[in-house]
Each structure stands twice: as C-alpha cells, then as structure tokens.
Write a protein that binds this ligand. Structure first.
Ligand code: UDP
Length: 482
C-alpha cells in the first residue's frame, strides 16, 4: 500500500494533540510508537505527528543546581503571578487552552493541507473534548478522543448529571464523606463520597465550575468517532461494558507503556524513550543497584501535586520512623510556598542518608521495574498507577485531586493492590502503612500485584485484548480517514 494510494491527498496522517501536562503527554505520546511499531504491517503508512511545540523547556535537576520553580514550570502558558496550586492550575490551564488554542490547532491542520500527506484524523486529548470536537468539525476530519485519566474517573464524570438528578450528589459536607454511592453503573456500591473524583468535592447545589467544564468535556466525547482509554479489559471490564452502551467505539488499548516494554523484550535493539519535561536523575538507579531485593519504597507524587512544608515533614518522619529504605522524588516546585526549595530538600537529605535517597525527578518506569523496589507510595495519578501495576509493585495511595481519589479506591478495594491513605497525612499513619505494605502484609500484596502484572502483560501480547484493540483502532483510523 503506497502512501499516494491512501487518503485524499496521499496517506493517512494523524495529528495527536495531548494537553500540556506531563501525565497526558507521557501516555498519549506512547500511542504513536505503540501503534506504528507493534503493528508495523498495519501502520507503515500512518504518520503520527507530535503536538505543537510545547510551552515548556527541560532543565537539569540536581540538588546543587535547582532551577527556580517559575523558571522550569511546564505550566508556563499561565501568567507569571499565577499561584499554581494543583487545583487552580488545572482549572486555569483548561480555560487558557480553550480560549487560545483553537485557532492554533486549526492553523496546524489547515497549513498541512498543501503538503502531502494532509492531516486526515485528529486524536485529541479529551481534557479539551469540546475544543477538539469543534476543530475537527470545522476542518471536516474525524476526531477520536484520548482520555489520559482512568476509565473509572471518566465514567464517573460522564454520569455526574444522573447522580445529581438521583440526589446522590452533591456531597453534603465532611460528615457525608463516607456515604456509599449506589447507582453508578458498573461500579455500584463501590465508592464512598470521598472516593469520587476530586472535582466533586464541594457542597454547592449546582455543579461547581471545574466540575462543570470537565463533565461538559466528557459529554463532548459523544461527538467523537470513538474514545481511547489507557486501560485493559481484565482491569476495567465492567466499566467498559457500560461505556460501550453510550459511545460509538471504546478502544481499551492500555497499558500503552507496556506495549513498548513488550517490544523492547522482543527487540533488544530498541532503546527506551522519554517524554519527561524534567531531566531524569539516573543516579538513583545506581543507588538502587546496591539495595537488597524488594527492600525499597519508591515515593513520588507525580508532576503537578504540591504539598505544604508541614505535610512534607509528616511524610519524612513517617518514612524515617518506618525504618524502611526509600527513594523519594521531591520536585523543586513541589513544596507549596517554600521560598528556598533547595534548602528543604538538602535538610531532608541530610537526615535521610542512612536509608533514603532523594532526587528531583526520577526515571520512574525504570525505577518501578528495578528489582530493589518493593512498594510505591504514590499520589495515584493514572500513569503512576498503571506503571506500578504493570511492574507488579504494590501501592500506598495518597490521592490529592482529579482522578486520584477514585484510582486509589480501585487500587485498595477492587484490585486489592495496596492501601489507601486518602485524606490522612500523619507521620504515624505513614509509618504504619509503610510497615503493613513492606512487612506485615507483604506476601499478600506482592502476590496480587504479580497476578495483575501478568494480566497486564497478557493484554499487550499478540492476541491479548489491548493488542487487538490497538489493531482495531488502526483499522478504524484507516477506514475513517479516507
Ligand atoms: N514521572 C517521572 N519521574 C518522576 C515522577 C513522575 O518520570 O520523578 C512520570 C511518571 O512516570 C508518570 C508521570 O510522570 O508517567 C506522572 O503522571 P501521573 O498521571 O501519574 O500523575 P500527574 O503528574 O499527571 O499528576
């Protein structure tokens, strides 16, 4: 099949458009090599384009050379004086993208039409579902939405209006947090109010603004030709069944990074690629090499979450008091309101030397796959959750916002892969949970984590559900973008 024989102006040409957040870029950019490389005979004439030049730069990170938080900020499209706390950064990024990005994306698509091959399909981040559906309509190409959040979060947001109608929402204050949500299709009686995605927190009778826009964007996916989810049948089967009743096509292709791992094993010459906004400090891998098998707890709160200095200290005391080894990622912009991040990290590092190692940014996938890692204290971002699950590493979850609250509930109560520390931040709790995960309930959690890792691996192997779904996606793109 020659390029010229396909599509109007020759060949299929897909524009991938992730939102400018680390987690979204990480997962979405893995869609391109996964599709084109794991199914080479189906995709040899597809062109996947990177997103428009991102508004951020890479910076070297080490404790002796810390960039100023504003300077390395990947949210640089926000004004300099923006407070950038995790919640309002996302909400404001959302409205900034919606007001400025539309003409830019339209120009990218239209400016390519003179060249061969022209862009014939848009895979847009569902975070901007309305925006990408509008652009695709305007330029007359099909759009498929990619959701970088978990399937459970996407589905809960989609169903939010029904929950308000049936009076299960809104949450009526702190005392209402342990009430069970009964009517969410596919996850009936699994979630408490406190496990609903962070957007639901708030007591107003109307949908609060960030929730309103995220729910709006989930419903915009009804305008798309399909939705791509970074999950797999054995993980989220009941939810996927419900979603297929609503959406035209649901492609459960995850875990995307596992497709690439699978290829790396079968093709030793392939080198791992990274889409990190920050430079990875690989010295932690050397440190891990010298640690005993499954003895180290990896601690990371992802790319956006901020913590107060007080909370950071609770974690630090909890970790040190647990007497377990740990590798901790403290991003330079992670401590909210700290005027000297270098000093915070250095102080902690000084008191940590005996059993701990601190870095500004780690090669996380490689860390989780390291034989010395025995557990992960995570903020439960969806990428981190999948990366841990694929590596067979049990988790302690400390969720903060967005899909993290619901992910941690699934980790602890549905998949039984670890413990949920939601809404607590106390050194004694940290110490106890670390010991439960790494000592007292170690065998139980390692066993279930290993069983889930096997299922994840099976799904991306030839004939597996995600392998087949990726194949279906490619075939669909070919047929829809002629
Ligand atoms: N990550 C990394 N090094 C770190 C911390 C995080 O490479 O030191 C990567 C991690 O592997 C994951 C992403 O950053 O792919 C974080 O995405 P996630 O969805 O877990 O959380 P978010 O940053 O969106 O809150």
């Amino acid at each position: 099949m020659a390029e010229e024989e396909e599509g109007e102006a020759g060949g299929h040409h897909v524009l991938l458009l992730p939102g400018p957040m680390q987690g979204n870029v990480n997962s979405m950019m893995k869609l391109a090599p996964s599709s084109s490389a794991s199914l080479p005979h189906h995709l040899s004439h597809h062109r996947f384009h990177p997103p428009p030049p991102p508004p951020f730069r890479r910076h070297p990170l080490s404790f002796t050379n810390l960039p100023q938080p504003r300077d390395q900020d990947h949210l640089r499209c926000l004004p300099d004086d923006h407070p950038r706390s995790d919640r309002n950064a996302l909400a404001d990024l959302y409205s900034s993208m919606n007001s400025h990005a539309k003409p830019l994306i339209r120009d990218i698509i239209l400016s390519q039409t003179a060249a061969k091959p022209k862009i014939t399909c848009l895979i847009g981040d569902g975070f901007f579902g309305g925006l990408t559906a509008d652009v695709a309509d305007e330029v007359g190409i099909p759009v498929i939405h990619f959701r970088a959040i978990s399937a459970s979060c996407f589905w809960a947001l989609f169903c939010a209006p029904n929950l308000f109608e049936s009076n299960e929402l809104p949450i009526r204050g702190e005392e209402d947090m342990d009430r069970i949500i009964a009517t969410l299709p596919g996850m009936e009686n699994i979630l408490r109010c406190r496990d609903l995605p962070g957007f639901f927190r708030g007591t107003e009778t109307n949908l609060v603004d960030p929730l309103k826009s995220t729910v709006f964007d989930c419903h915009q996916t009804l305008r798309a030709r399909g939705v791509i989810l970074n999950t797999f049948e054995d993980l989220d089967g009941p939810l996927l069944t419900q979603m297929r009743l609503k959406f035209l096509r649901v492609f459960a292709v995850g875990s995307l990074h596992a497709h690439l791992n699978y290829r790396r094993v079968s093709d030793a010459k392939t080198t791992p690629s990274t889409s990190s906004f920050w430079e990875e400090d690989r010295s932690c891998l050397t440190w891990l090499d010298s640690q005993p098998l499954k003895s180290v707890l990896y601690v990371s709160f992802g790319s956006i979450t901020t913590v107060t200095r007080e909370r950071l200290m609770e974690f630090w005391y909890g970790l040190v008091n647990s007497k377990k080894r740990f590798l901790w990622v403290i991003r330079p912009d992670m401590v909210a309101g700290a005027d000297n991040d270098e000093r915070v990290a250095a102080e902690l590092e000084e008191g940590t030397k005996e059993r701990g190692f601190i870095v500004g940014w780690a090669p996380q996938e490689e860390v989780l796959a390291h034989k010395a890692i025995g557990g992960f204290l995570t903020h439960s971002g969806w990428n981190s959750t999948l990366e841990s699950l694929v590596a067979g590493v049990p988790m302690i979850c400390w969720p903060c916002f967005a899909d993290q609250q619901i992910n941690s509930r699934f980790v602890s109560e549905v998949w039984k892969l670890g413990l949920d520390m939601k809404d607590l931040c106390d050194r004694d709790v940290v110490e106890k949970m670390v010991n439960d995960l790494m000592v007292h309930r170690r065998e139980e959690f390692l066993k279930s984590a290993q069983a889930m890792a096997t299922l994840a691996d099976k799904s991306v192997s030839p004939g597996g559900s995600s392998y087949s779904s990726l194949h279906d996606l490619v075939e669909f793109i070919k047929s829809a973008s002629r």
